[in-house]
Design a protein around this ligand. Structure first.
Ligand SMILES: NC(=O)c1ccc[n+]([C@@H]2O[C@H](COP(=O)([O-])OP(=O)(O)OC[C@H]3O[C@@H](n4cnc5c(N)ncnc54)[C@H](O)[C@@H]3O)[C@@H](O)[C@H]2O)c1
Length: 218
């Protein structure tokens, strides 16, 4: 059994992760850390093999470093934090870190198709749509998509109630456009990817590994 602690356990994603871990045959929920629950990350690490972090851009790095120093692997879904700083902290640590700006398989495929399309069409722009409580803009998914694409790709961020997480990648060329659209209707879309990362984080050949695609295909 993999013992999983969740940081941000009272949040939108954290609650969904706790339910997914409790529903997995090979995992046990080892602790819920969240200021709302008056439980710190350091309180839940002793009984954990893996910490899953869905918190805030300003707390994710410190949580991951705390876990790595305790020998607990970190699976990080929080977006908008400094991944380069994590690279420094992960070097030489006893435990591994895995980061994915998006754990939904459809979003990973969207990024792959967008990267391929950008090599063949003149220009592209990204429009990303999220719920109005999202703290970071542009989204981690949009920033990652742009980084994988050829050329300079502007990003437009929409924040409105009623949306979970959607993205359009619009490519333009002579007399034609191509739109690649990913739509998320429920946070459950992220759970298969999160559980896969929990199962695999202990066996990574390097750390940190960034992107769910690194676990899905060579
Ligand atoms: N990678 C993905 O696939 C993916 C998908 C959706 C959202 N996200 C990201 O996940 C993060 C969380 O999103 P959300 O909608 O659940 O936010 P949320 O505001 O609903 O939840 C965040 C929770 O973290 C808690 N928290 C704050 N500081 C903490 C700390 N130091 N230790 C532990 N918990 C702490 C808060 O009290 C809150 O309950 C965001 O960065 C969001 O962009 C990632």
């Amino acid at each position: 059994m993999i013992r999983v602690a969740v940081a941000g356990a009272a949040g939108r994603l954290g609650q969904t992760v706790c339910e997914a871990v409790e529903g997995a045959d090979d995992m046990v929920l080892a602790g819920r850390a969240d200021p709302v629950l008056e439980t710190a990350v350091s309180d839940v690490l002793a009984g954990a093999d893996v910490l899953v972090d869905f918190t805030r851009p300003d707390t994710a790095l410190a949580n991951a470093v705390t876990a790595l120093q305790a020998g607990v692997h970190a699976v990080i879904g929080t977006t908008g934090f400094d991944i380069e700083a994590l690279r420094d902290s992960a070097r030489g640590a006893r435990a591994n870190a895995f980061v994915a700006p998006n754990f939904a398989i459809g979003a990973v495929l969207m990024m792959r198709f967008a990267a391929e399309a950008s090599r063949h069409m003149q220009r592209a722009e990204i429009v990303e749509y999220h719920h109005s409580a999202k703290l970071d803009a542009p989204s981690g998914t949009a920033a990652r998509t742009a980084a994988l694409m050829d050329g300079d790709v502007p990003i437009h961020s929409v924040r409105l109630p009623g949306i979970v997480a959607d993205q359009d990648v619009i490519l333009g060329d002579v007399a034609q456009t191509l739109t690649i659209r990913h739509t998320t209707t429920d946070r459950e879309s992220f759970m298969p990817g999160v559980l896969l990362a929990v199962r695999r984080v202990g066996d990574l050949g390097e750390s940190p590994v960034v992107g769910l695609e690194r676990l899905l295909w060579p």
